[in-house]
Design a binder for this molecule. Structure first.
Ligand SMILES: NC(=O)c1ccc[n+]([C@@H]2O[C@H](COP(=O)([O-])OP(=O)(O)OC[C@H]3O[C@@H](n4cnc5c(N)ncnc54)[C@H](OP(=O)(O)O)[C@@H]3O)[C@@H](O)[C@H]2O)c1
Length: 241
């Protein structure tokens, strides 16, 4: 059985991943706060708020041993859940909101990755971790200091783990991927932001007006088709594939 764990699977890009993985024959653990994953026999919705300290460790302890027991023959973890909130200059941000951003955007993927590698290290099967990053990892956006830092950290994590896995008996492939600008709730939140809080907001408003946002289902399909071929581990921009 092929098994996938997708965080942020209730809507947007994560929901598209979950639905398309079901179509590809995976059993899917669909993680989100609402627990509103796809309704399918081969899917289990898991409720977790990954912006809470301890939640990612608890999630890993709850589902990984059960997955190991099922004897999967392929495994995929997609660290997709993310937030751009709070959007404002860093000194104006609520401190707890900054902390939650790092817990969701960087801490949770790190913990879920570490526990995944440990639990499945002795199992010889195709194993993959896909970290959904952003162009914000390599571009400064005023108003998104924490988001840029979190995504940058995610890319670095990917590169270090890729190097570590190269010397293991049954390595896991690991990727960071920039999905482009997507027509999801995250973009709705961005369009509601003032120019004072996000000086680049006009760029996103223009893209919306000119119908230039990518459909999440199109991008999910492109990402899955490309990475299912297990290219070399590393950081990729989907627009350049
Ligand atoms: N949209 C873009 O233009 C864009 C561009 C570059 C990169 N990305 C990246 O792509 C990924 C997906 O973004 P999206 O646009 O699909 O976002 P979205 O529409 O806002 O969806 C976010 C998903 O994450 C879940 N989530 C949010 N907070 C959570 C929490 N604390 N704990 C657990 N789950 C949580 C949400 O479900 P619940 O509300 O039910 O928890 C939802 O399923 C993110 O990592 C984002 O940074 C997006």
């Amino acid at each position: 059985m092929k098994i996938a764990i997708v965080t942020g699977a209730s809507r947007g890009l994560g929901r598209s991943f979950a639905e398309q993985l079901l179509d590809r024959g995976y059993f899917v653990y669909a993680v989100s706060r609402s627990g509103e994953g796809p309704k399918a026999l081969d899917s289990r919705s898991v409720q977790a708020d990954l912006s809470q300290a301890g939640a990612a460790s608890m999630l890993a302890q709850n589902i990984y041993p059960a997955i190991l027991e099922r004897g999967p023959d392929a495994l995929l973890l997609i660290n997709n859940a993310g937030t751009i909130m709070p959007t404002c200059r860093i000194e104006r941000a609520e401190l707890l909101a900054l902390e939650k951003s790092f817990l969701l955007n960087l801490s949770a993927p790190t913990i879920l990755t570490a526990a995944f590698l440990k639990t499945f290290q002795d199992v010889d099967m195709p194993k993959m971790i896909l970290n959904i990053s952003s162009g914000a990892a390599i571009k400064n956006y005023e108003g998104w200091g924490h988001y840029c830092a979190g995504k940058s950290g995610l890319d670095r994590l990917t590169q270090v783990v890729a190097a570590e896995q190269a010397s293991t008996a049954y390595p896991t492939s690991i990727y960071s991927v920039y999905p482009g600008v997507l027509d999801t709730k995250m973009q709705e939140q961005i369009r509601e932001t003032t120019k004072e809080d996000l000086p680049a907001v006009d760029r996103f408003l223009d893209m919306y007006t000119h119908d230039e946002l990518e459909k999440p289902e199109t991008v999910a399909a492109k990402i899955l088709s490309f990475f299912i071929q297990y290219p070399s581990s590393g950081v990729y921009d989907i627009r350049e594939l």
